[in-house]
Design a binder for this molecule. Sequence first.
Ligand SMILES: C[S@@+](CC[C@H](N)C(=O)[O-])C[C@H]1O[C@@H](n2cnc3c(N)ncnc32)[C@H](O)[C@@H]1O
Length: 218
Amino acid sequence: MLSPKLYEDSHKYDLFMRVFGFEASVERFLKRCKIPAIQDGQILDNGCGSGTIGIHFLEASNNSTLLSTDLEPNFLDAAQKKAQRRGIVEGTMQVGIANISNPEQVTTLDQSELKLSPNTFQLICLGAVLGYAENPESSLRTLVHLLQPGGYLLNLEMSETMLGRYVSQRYHYKNISLDEMEEILKGEGCSVEQRTMGWSQFPACMTRTSLIARKKNT
Ligand SMILES: C[S@@+](CC[C@H](N)C(=O)[O-])C[C@H]1O[C@@H](n2cnc3c(N)ncnc32)[C@H](O)[C@@H]1O
């Protein structure tokens, strides 16, 4: 079964995700999730792991850039290697260290501090990371502030099924219900849709579910 030790080696984690088809099934879902291709915009991927979600949307975008953040520098290295393998044009993807408890505060790999500004991103992605925040509600509100009006937030969250909860527990991840997130996001003026994964997105559908929010145009 899954071992939390997978987190200790980002390259092993990445290999595991690829060999067992998890990455491909996530990408099948992302292709169908109807988030429009980003044009001349900025994408933020929080808790990016080995980078799959943000890189997928960067590849689908036009003339856009991606900032991928994670608490663990070894995951940023794995994300950069994936970007290289997939031929991402140099300069379009930047990585930085950020804690999801304070997602607007980023430290770049050359140790510069970057404070992200409100209304910056056309797309913000999260994947099984919000449950690591000290205060998930506050992190979610901060992320909405970082979104441009009309921008999208995608959360590929751990599911609340028995298996989803079991894996979360193994990874010391605090499950948060999509209903709770939906309420917070609606309170921040977003339209929200919850979307479960189907069997065509196996094996990701075993442990993940999703929520897509759109910040209203003001
Ligand atoms: C389950 S992995 C998800 C990776 C990727 N987002 C995905 O959906 O496949 C969780 C990631 O969150 C990162 N992480 C753990 N605690 C964090 C925190 N407090 N702030 C930011 N990232 C964190 C881990 O290093 C890991 O890369």
